[in-house]
Design a binder for this molecule. Sequence first.
Ligand SMILES: NC(=O)c1ccc[n+]([C@@H]2O[C@H](COP(=O)([O-])OP(=O)(O)OC[C@H]3O[C@@H](n4cnc5c(N)ncnc54)[C@H](OP(=O)(O)O)[C@@H]3O)[C@@H](O)[C@H]2O)c1
Length: 340
Amino acid sequence: MATTDAAGSHQAESSIMQAVTRSRYGGAEVLELREIERPEPGEGQVLVEVRAASLNALDWHLLTGTPYLVRLVNGLRAPKRAGIGVDVAGIVESVGEGVEGVRPGDAVYGAGSGTCAEYALAKAELLLPLPDGIDFSQAATFNVAAITALQGLRDVGSVKQGQRVLINGAAGGVGTYAVQIAKLMGAHVTAVCSGRNVEMVRSLGADEVIDYTGADVSDLGLRFDVIFDNAGSQRPSKLARMLEPGGIVVVVTGPKRGKVIGPLGHIVRSKLRFAFRSGRAGTVNAVTKRQDLQQIGDWVAAGFIAPAIHRTFSLDQTMDAVELLGSGHAPAKLVINLRD
Ligand SMILES: NC(=O)c1ccc[n+]([C@@H]2O[C@H](COP(=O)([O-])OP(=O)(O)OC[C@H]3O[C@@H](n4cnc5c(N)ncnc54)[C@H](OP(=O)(O)O)[C@@H]3O)[C@@H](O)[C@H]2O)c1
């Protein structure tokens, strides 16, 4: 934990911190809350005293090393990085060489590394000032999930006012943002989720919510200009059948049915199938960009969208949160809150 001295400079009391770490690939059981050395910010880096972090399906992939392609980048036999978490909000503790515009004591949100810890490193350009009226838990959800929804709907789907948009997989981290952003873009939104999440998704502004445990949206004769597929639960041929002429499928995650060759393979395959069958599909490869973090922060600060947070967990409950995430049915966002 940090203190502020009489001269106003922000200092850490010790160089030891608590962090959720792992040394091998696996599920929540490989995670440990340990005391480790606090990292030092290098050139262009910032050390953030973490107040909140949020989890994403991405963290599950990095934790388990699945699909196996993940291991090519993150370590073949064991993960190169011990920490987990990439979404962060907190207070700047110290800055590395060459960092301008971010100062110790600033409240910030954005993208970091190993954020399920008392302190985490982040690139200075991917940290923004916390907007007025927004708390750390809310701001900790503005990175991966919100940005995937924004980039998928805006850059791949090119959603326009009045279009009919289907959000398949509307109840999770990406989906809850996608429903709200599509509404903000002026679309008529049909959302698909399981029965227990119908009311939550309706409260986000969806015009219609379909419970996939009771009906298959592809059997209802509906047509869409944009299908944002965040669940991979429909065969490409069925998605193609639901497209209006000139419509597009935004492939956030590949089909989960059929022969498993990993999501990337699925995405490539489904893209090809769509290209042949309907002529229209695009994949999302979300990348954190400063202007998009700013856009999400501005929209939330203005009250146009709101993070949907299912639950907050303390740092020592991170394993429970990860377990829920790994079920594939975590509703909305899961936030690790260290201190408000
Ligand atoms: N391409 C990219 O750049 C990119 C970026 C971020 C995420 N992703 C991918 O996007 C997906 C979602 O990520 P996330 O962080 O939002 O995950 P998440 O928070 O774990 O959400 C998963 C949601 O999927 C829903 N779901 C499960 N089975 C479903 C089905 N058959 N039909 C409809 N919904 C279903 C669940 O809701 P119910 O409990 O209601 O079923 C759950 O809330 C993941 O596969 C992730 O890998 C891709």
